[in-house]
Ligand binder design. Structure first.
Ligand code: NAD
Length: 450
C-alpha cells in the first residue's frame, strides 16, 4: 500500500485501498437553520424512503463510477461501490430561531406541493428545531424568539453540545454530521481571535463580537468529533482555529456555499468556453428571488458574503494571468434582487459577452428559471453521506474532494480552489476509486490502440 497526501496542509494522509468501516446503526444529521433548504431536504428524504419520489440530483443515490478500462464495463452505482449510510438510517435534528415544526416550515417556504407535504405531515410534524444560538449582529434582517440565552458564547456552545448529546441518546445514534443551512451571516474577515484555538476559546469566554453564531455551532460540532459542512458563504469552518480543532479531533470539514443556480451554470459554461479558447469581455448576472434567503441577502452586509463567493469562480476557471488576451480584462458583475412574488422560484439572467476568431464579438443569453431549494436539497444529502464516509475512512481536515458541491471550495491555504465542475467531479470520483484501491482514471486511453 502506498501512502499519498490527498492534499497538503490540513488533510489527513490516507492509504490507497484503506479499510473503511461499514456504517453501523443510525446517522444523525444536524441542521443549524431549518428553513427552505433544510425542510426540502428532510421532506425529500422521507418521500424517497417511501418510494414516492426519486432522488434526482443526488450523486450518492443515482450516480455511477466507472472502474478500470472501458472494455471492462464495470460501472457500479456509487452507493454500491463505497459503504454509505442508507436513507433508512438517517435521523434529522436541528436548530432555528422560529419554533415551527418542519411541516410548518415546509408549507410556509412554498417549495413542495402541499399535497405531497400532507402525505408526509405526521413525520415532518415530529421534527421541531431546538432553540438557536442567534444574534441580529450577524443576520440583520431576522428576528426570532426561539433563541438560547447564556452568560457568554462558551456557555452557548455547551448548550449546543448538550442538545446534540440528548439527540444522540434519544435516537440511539451511532454517528453524526452537521450541515449549516442557516441564513447567510454578515461578511467577516478572519482576525486575531480566529487565528488559533486558544484565542478562539478565550474569545468565547469574553463574548468576542468576531465570533458569529455559525462559528459557535461549528465549534460545538468539531469539539464533539462531528464532521461539518458549511452551506452558506459566511466565515465558519474556514478559520485557523477551527482547522486546528478539526486536526486535533480528526474531523472532516468542507465548505462553503452550496453551488446551485446561477453559479452552477457559470461553472458549467465557463470551462467550455475556455476549452475552445473563446474570449470573454464581460459576464453580467442578475436574478430575482423572493424567499427568506432573498430577504436576508437584500441586506448589504449579508450580500457581501455572497458576492465574494459568487465572484471568485470565473477568475480561477479562466486564469486571466495565463490567458491575458482572452480573459485579462473581462467585466464580471453579480446582482441579487429580493422580489417576494417569486418565492423560492428564482429567475436568473446572464448576459455573456464573448469573442471569437479575429476578435469578433458574440453573446450568450441565459435565462434560468430554477428552484433554489430543489437544487440544494440533494447537495445536503450527498454531503451528509460523504462526510460520514470520510470520517469512517479516517480522513480529516479539509475535504477538497467535496469541492464539487460548493461555490467557494475550501482548500489548503497554499492552494487555489478548483472551481471547474468537471475537474471537481473527476476529483471526487478518483477519491472514491482511491479509497477502494481501484486505479484512478486519467482518460488517456492509449491502451485501447496498441
Ligand atoms: N437554496 C440554495 O440554492 C442555496 C445555495 C447556496 C447557499 N444557500 C444558503 O443556504 C442557507 C439556507 O437557505 P434557505 O433558502 O433555506 O434559507 P431560509 O431563510 O429559508 O432558512 C434559513 C434558516 O436559518 C435560520 N437561522 C438563521 N440564523 C440562525 C442561527 N444562528 N441558528 C439557527 N437558525 C438560524 C432562519 O431562521 C431560517 O429559518 C442560506 O444561507 C443560503 O444563502 C442556499
Amino acid at each position: 500500500m502506498i501512502s499519498v497526501r490527498l492534499s497538503q496542509g490540513e488533510h489527513a494522509v490516507i492509504e490507497k485501498g484503506t479499510e473503511v468501516a461499514e456504517p453501523q446503526g443510525k446517522l444523525g444529521i444536524l441542521l443549524p437553520g431549518m428553513g427552505a433548504v433544510a425542510s426540502t431536504f428532510i421532506a425529500g428524504v422521507e418521500a424517497i424512503r417511501r418510494q414516492k419520489a426519486a432522488p434526482i440530483g443526488s450523486l450518492t443515490q443515482m450516480g455511477t463510477v466507472r472502474l478500470g478500462k472501458r472494455t471492462e464495463k464495470r460501472v457500479p452505482l456509487i452507493k454500491d461501490f463505497v459503504p454509505l449510510a442508507s436513507l433508512d438510517d438517517l435521523v434529522f435534528g436541528g436548530w432555528d430561531i422560529h419554533g415551527e415544526s418542519c411541516y410548518e416550515t415546509a408549507v410556509r417556504s412554498g417549495v413542495l406541493d402541499p399535497r405531497q407535504l400532507d402525505e408526509l405531515r405526521p413525520h415532518l410534524e415530529e421534527i421541531r428545531p431546538w432553540k438557536a444560538v442567534f444574534s441580529r449582529k450577524y443576520v440583520k434582517r431576522l428576528a426570532g424568539r426561539h433563541v438560547k440565552r447564556a452568560a457568554n458564547k462558551r456557555q452557548l456552545a455547551l448548550q449546543v453540545m448538550k442538545d446534540i448529546d440528548q439527540f444522540r441518546k434519544a435516537h440511539d445514534l451511532s454517528r453524526l454530521v452537521m450541515i449549516w443551512c442557516g441564513s447567510t451571516e454578515v461578511f467577516l474577515k478572519p482576525s486575531e481571535v480566529h487565528s488559533s484555538l486558544a484565542k478562539f476559546e478565550k474569545g468565547l469566554e469574553e463574548n468576542d463580537p468576531k465570533i458569529s453564531s455559525s462559528m459557535i455551532y461549528t465549534y460545538a460540532a468539531l469539539s464533539m468529533g462531528i464532521p461539518y459542512a458549511n452551506g452558506a458563504p459566511n466565515l465558519s469552518a474556514d478559520i485557523p482555529a477551527m482547522l486546528e480543532l478539526a486536526r486535533k479531533n480528526k474531523v472532516p470539514v468542507c465548505g462553503k456555499d452550496f453551488k446551485t443556480g446561477q453559479t452552477l451554470m457559470k461553472t458549467i459554461i465557463a470551462p467550455g468556453l475556455k476549452s475552445r479558447l473563446i474570449g470573454l469581455a464581460g459576464w453580467y448576472s442578475t436574478n430575482i428571488l423572493g424567499n427568506r434567503d432573498g430577504e436576508v441577502l437584500d441586506e448589504p452586509q449579508s450580500f457581501k458574503s455572497k458576492e465574494e463567493t459568487k465572484l471568485s469562480v470565473l477568475d480561477q476557471i479562466l486564469q486571466p494571468g495565463v490567458y491575458p488576451e482572452l480573459y485579462g480584462d473581462y467585466h464580471h458583475q453579480v446582482r441579487i434582487n429580493y422580489y417576494p412574488p417569486r418565492g423560492d422560484n428564482k429567475e436568473g439572467w446572464d448576459n455573456v459577452d464573448i469573442f471569437g476568431w479575429l476578435g469578433y464579438p458574440m453573446q450568450i443569453k441565459l435565462n434560468f428559471l430554477c428552484r433554489d431549494s430543489i437544487l440544494a436539497a440533494p447537495l445536503c444529502l450527498d454531503l451528509a453521506l460523504f462526510l460520514d464516509l470520510a470520517k469512517r475512512a479516517g480522513m480529516h481536515g479539509i475535504q477538497e474532494w467535496l469541492s464539487f458541491y460548493f461555490k467557494s471550495p475550501q482548500c489548503a491555504p497554499e492552494l487555489y480552489p478548483e472551481h471547474d465542475i468537471f475537474i471537481q467531479l473527476m476529483k471526487l470520483k478518483n477519491t472514491l476509486r482511491y479509497l477502494k484501491g481501484e486505479e484512478m482514471i486519467t482518460h488517456l486511453g492509449l491502451e485501447y490502440y496498441d
